[in-house]
Structure formats: structure tokens, C-alpha cells
Design a protein around this ligand. Structure first.
Ligand code: ZN
Length: 212
């Protein structure tokens, strides 16, 4: 949603639902973990009233533990926090995973480009999704980092069949296909969908469905 028209977010959400999107990906930035500021739980609540898509909330924040309750209460279906977040440092991350599950949402862990996949090892059996950042987090519109595909392949190999593997950042038609081939099964596409002209067609192409 970071690439949507902020002056009409409800309309944008309904429009991509009609165009065939499976979920809304909401990037939350606190101006500290990343230098940018975006939106908060009130936006999630408003989007939940505007459409029925599941909201996949990506917390790019220093202290994810402070945001779990407000976002789930607002209607988030999935919460993803960063393995690099100081508030989720060793010992605290697992408690956070359990708290999110207890509140009825699914849990993802996001991993920055410079962090090796091994950093996730202890958490992997407990979580529902891994978000592999394919740009440096903070701003929309950056170029996809193809060198992250090795991390995607490795994670697909170690994740179970019901665990999702998401790529986030710079996802377009060509890069989405490379990521699908590497084992990704959730594609976060911002600019490609919202700033293109034909959204339903773009979503089909991102999935790898070509019109006959
Ligand atoms: Zn994201």
C-alpha cells in the first residue's frame, strides 16, 4: 500500500481486490529502525472497513513488541517483524511469536539484505512466513537485488510446505518470475501494481499467468 495513492487508500484497496490481489501488504516504518515514517493501526482499521483482503502488516520498527496488540486489534491478519529489530533480540523474539499467535494472527519474520539466512534458524520452526527483503528497507521504488535469490532458494529448502516465503522490494514482472522459480510464493508488488496502468493484467503477469 506504500505505493498506492494516499489520498484515496480505501478506493485503492478495493480496486486491487477487484483486480485479483490476494492480500494487502502494509509497510509500517517508525522513523527509527528505518529513516522513513508511514502509517499506523488506524490506517489498518480503515482499510479493513474498505475491503475484505487479509492485511499483511510488515513492522519495520525498532520495538515490534509495542505494536502487536494495536495492529491485531485494528484488523491485521499477519504480523511480520524484523530479525534485526532490537526489541526482538535473542530471547525476546520467541515470546513475540507466541504472543502474536495467541492473539490469532499469523507470524512472519523479515530479513534484511545484509543479514544471512542463518540468523533465522532458531525461529524457523515457529513461524508461518519469512519475508526476504530484496531491497534495503525504508523506501518504495528501489531496484530488486537479484543476489537475494540464493537466500530465497536456501530458505525454500529449509522451510516446511505450509510455511510461506515472501519477497519484498522491487518486485516486477521479470523479477517475480525469478523469485517464483527460486521458491518464493508470496510476492509483494507495490509500484508495479499501483503505478502501472492495467492492474488486473499486471497481477496475472506477476503470478506467471499469461493470457492464452
Ligand atoms: Zn514490506
Amino acid at each position: 500500500m506504500l505505493a498506492a495513492d494516499f489520498a484515496q487508500l480505501g478506493k485503492e484497496a478495493r480496486n486491487v481486490q477487484e483486480a485479483g490481489a490476494d492480500l494487502l501488504h502494509i509497510d509500517i516504518m517508525d522513523g527509527h529502525f528505518v529513516p522513513n515514517l508511514t502509517m499506523g493501526p488506524d490506517m489498518v482499521k480503515a482499510l479493513a472497513a474498505a475491503c475484505t483482503l487479509m492485511q499483511d502488516v510488515h513492522l519495520m520498527v525498532t520495538d515490534p513488541q509495542n505494536y502487536v496488540d494495536p495492529f491485531i486489534k485494528a484488523g491485521a491478519g499477519s504480523l511480520t517483524f524484523h530479525v534485526e529489530a532490537p526489541g526482538a533480540a535473542a530471547g525476546k523474539a520467541l515470546d513475540l511469536v507466541h504472543r502474536i499467535h495467541d492473539l490469532g494472527a499469523t507470524v512472519g519474520i523479515a530479513i534484511n539484505p545484509e543479514t544471512p539466512a542463518e540468523a533465522l534458524e532458531r525461529l524457523l520452526p515457529e513461524i508461518d512466513l519469512v519475508n526476504v527483503m530484496t531491497v534495503h528497507p525504508g523506501f518504495t521504488g528501489q531496484a530488486f537485488m537479484p543476489e537475494m535469490l540464493g537466500k530465497v532458494k536456501y530458505l525454500r529448502h529449509v522451510l516446511g510446505p505450509h510455511q510461506r516465503l515472501e519477497i519484498d522490494g522491487g518486485v516486477g514482472i521479470r523479477t517475480s518470475h525469478e523469485a517464483l522459480e527460486a521458491g518464493a510464493d508470496v510476492l509483494v508488488a507495490g509500484a508495479a501494481v499501483f503505478r502501472g496502468s492495467e492492474r488486473a493484467g499486471t497481477i496475472q503477469l506477476l503470478r506467471g499467468d499469461y493470457p492464452k
